[in-house]
Write a protein that binds this ligand. Structure first.
Ligand code: SF4
Ligand code: MSK
Length: 647
């Protein structure tokens, strides 16, 4: 059991109750394992342990300043960081690739139960990527778009087409600095090549490569994943939902979806409402099937269907501790290896549906895109058959669940701000220019078992909206705020500063906007781009009063996200540092010198108060540079002035 006191582990009562239950029932979990790990090895934390070849592992110490091959702390720390970025970019981008394959299948008429749900988004995307769509059928356009996207993965020469979505001056920075990536796959492969023993030893070059790979993720793989998901499953619009472990239902068959890929889950949503499935549930004494989610698969189906969210990353085991989950369906990314072990303490079945994400103790189920609905029904029938095995003595579902509003895609924000016929970001730009909104903060990323679940996310979000800063969120950060009730317009407006509240009430948006899953950080890139394109707030992303924050991050994907934000000209605050402390040069390059290369840099800030001060100072400095903080004197015109007007 954890060494830390319960109050040091989590903020929300539901998690604390399940941690207490787990302790009483001897169920393992991440918080206890984090404490059992003890203090992390400083060679690893400092990034100066190298396992790249078998003359090592080598560790850099005061006595031994180089590894066997001669690599020093700077090379080793930068190589390790680049490998993390490559792995994170690979995860997001492979997710995008799977969706592109599905788009192609649907366009060619063998996508089974899937369809092109959002033709408007399809045509907009086709135009954005320079394809002709007018006068052509949707399947034909979709086939061409799928082909173009596949080429983006395979491209061997020239920059990614998708970079053209960025503001032109930013494209110029990438070109001048040699940061524009070619094919997504090629960028990742090159990163692995460069970090082999005996290749790239210049930490500056390695970090520049990390920025390039990050761009291949953010503007490439992730952008493609978001776009195709919208085309296939629908672009999100505001939708009501609820979050926290209290969404589980005592009288229903509880099925949790967990991971990141939305395709199967889309069909599970349909299958869970099927009359045959409901009848099967009733036949075993349940009142129905309750589908809920964990992590970003949850965010995907929340954004599109209002499916309730049971929790974020660190609640995946705690959800099973309720004893009320018949089945957890995992796909890819962030699904803990421990799930089958926790499930064994109850009656829960853990199944995997991705051929690349198997787990000992979990049943691997086939999921065939062409028979998606049938597969989904078969999976649900298995969960239903497990309901009679539930042990009522072990069931305890926390009462906590909070209402929320999610679904803020850019397409929706355009509509809300400008109306159907004059879709525009103008009201937001005007609010920033007049100072009623001081700027925009994207608060994103994971939970980390080394810290206190949700604490940094919630404190930071509260403090920023109080200071009239609009907050955009994705991933587990958004779920943290959802659980705290901060994703309802009413609650968040009550916490917002007076001028932010006034703007939000006038245009009809909440001060904290849930924009989706972790691949949907691409939506935040595009939001910043639309602000630039709307005019009045600079010509490049680096001029916009905006900042990215990953308070409780843990995943390599977050490392990649940080790099594409910074490479796009947006500063990033990390609540815990990268593993680079063993190299002053690498840390200085990331946290100071990148400013001169891409116009943005990283900040390592573990103290939330300091983060708030840094964010406010950063946004105000951007405002000063734009000249929008200057007070212009109001002059009342008299008749003489009016006559002098040359109209
Ligand atoms: Fe050691 Fe160099 Fe091999 Fe790394 S690459 S393990 S530093 S010899
Ligand atoms: S799920 S990557 S813990 S945000 Fe996207 Fe959450 Fe981070 Fe996984």
């Amino acid at each position: 059991m954890p060494d830390r006191q319960p109050a040091e582990l989590a903020v929300d009562q539901a998690s604390l109750a399940m941690l207490a239950k787990a302790a009483a029932e001897g169920v393992p979990h991440a918080f206890a394992r984090a404490d059992a790990q003890g203090k992390s090895c400083t060679f690893g934390t400092d990034g100066v342990c190298c396992r790249i070849c078998h003359m090592g592992p080598c560790r850099i110490t005061k006595k031994s300043l180089r590894g066997v091959c001669g690599a020093d702390a700077d090379t080793i720390a930068a190589r390790n960081l680049l490998r993390e970025v490559a792995a994170g970019a690979a995860a997001h981008s492979d997710h995008g690739r799977h969706l592109v394959h599905l788009l192609k299948s649907v366009a060619e008429g063998h996508g089974g139960d899937f369809c092109l749900r959002d033709e408007t988004r399809l045509r907009e995307a086709a135009r954005a990527w320079g394809l002709t769509e007018q006068g052509r059928g949707a399947p034909e356009v979709a086939r061409d778009l799928a082909h173009l996207f596949k080429q983006e993965f395979a491209r061997q020469e020239g920059p990614l087409e998708t970079l053209k979505l960025a503001p032109v001056p930013r494209q110029g920075v990438w070109k001048r600095q040699g940061l524009a990536p070619s094919g997504i796959d090629r960028s990742i492969v090159e990163a692995l090549h460069r970090t082999n023993i005996g290749v790239d030893h210049d930490y500056r070059d390695l970090i520049r490569t990390a920025l390039r790979v990050g761009l291949a993720d953010g503007w490439g793989g992730s952008m493609i994943a978001t776009t195709v998901a919208d085309i296939l499953f629908g672009t999100p619009h505001p939708v009501r939902g609820s979050a926290n472990l209290g969404v589980l239902e005592e009288k229903k068959v509880n099925v949790l979806v967990h991971g990141h890929e939305p395709a199967l889950t889309e069909m599970l949503v349909v299958a869970a409402r099927d009359p045959d499935i409901l009848a099967a549930a009733r036949a075993v004494g349940a009142e129905g099937v309750n589908l809920a989610g964990i992590c970003c698969t949850a965010n995907e189906v929340l954004m599109r269907h209002g499916v309730p969210v049971a929790g974020n990353f660190l609640q995946q085991e705690l959800a099973l501790v309720t004893g009320a989950v018949e089945m957890m369906i995992t796909d890819v990314q962030c699904c803990m290896a421990s799930l089958p072990e926790v499930a064994k303490c109850y009656h829960t079945l853990v199944v995997t549906t991705s051929p690349m994400a198997k787990n000992i103790g979990a049943e691997a189920l086939d999921f065939d895109d062409e028979r998606a609905l049938d597969c989904s029904k078969a999976i649900l029938r298995k969960a239903i058959a497990n309901f009679p095995r539930r042990d009522p003595r072990k069931v305890s579902i926390p009462r906590e669940k909070a209402p929320l509003v999610a679904g803020f895609s850019n397409e929706t924000i355009f509509g809300i701000l400008g109306g159907t016929f004059r879709r525009s970001f103008r009201p937001l730009n005007d609010a920033i220019i007049t100072g009623r909104v001081r700027g925009v903060a994207g608060i994103v990323g994971c939970n980390n078992a080394r810290g206190k679940l949700d604490d940094y996310h919630l404190t930071l979000t509260r403090e920023l909206i109080k200071r009239n800063i609009l907050v955009l969120q994705t991933g587990c950060a958004a779920v943290a705020c959802a659980k705290a009730g901060m994703l309802t317009p009413e609650a968040a407006l009550a916490l917002a500063g007076p001028s932010l509240r006034e703007v939000c009430e006038a245009v009809g948006i909440p001060p904290v906007l849930h924009m989706g899953s972790c691949v949907d950080n691409s939506r935040i890139l595009m939001a910043a781009t639309y602000i630039v394109q709307e005019g009045g707030l600079g010509n490049d992303l680096s001029e916009v009063p905006a900042i990215g924050v990953a308070p409780e991050w843990m995943s390599e994907k977050a490392v990649a996200i940080g790099h594409y934000f910074v490479a796009s000209g947006v500063d990033v605050i990390l609540g815990r540092p990268f593993h680079t402390a063993g190299s002053e040069a690498v840390t200085r390059f990331l946290c100071e010198e990148l400013q001169g290369i891409v116009g943005a840099k990283f900040h390592y800030i573990s103290d939330v108060k300091q983060a708030v001060e840094t964010i406010v100072a950063h946004l105000e400095a951007k405002r000063d540079a734009l000249g929008i903080n200057r007070k212009t004197e109001r002059k009342l015109f008299d008749m003489k002035d009016r006559r002098a007007l040359d109209v």
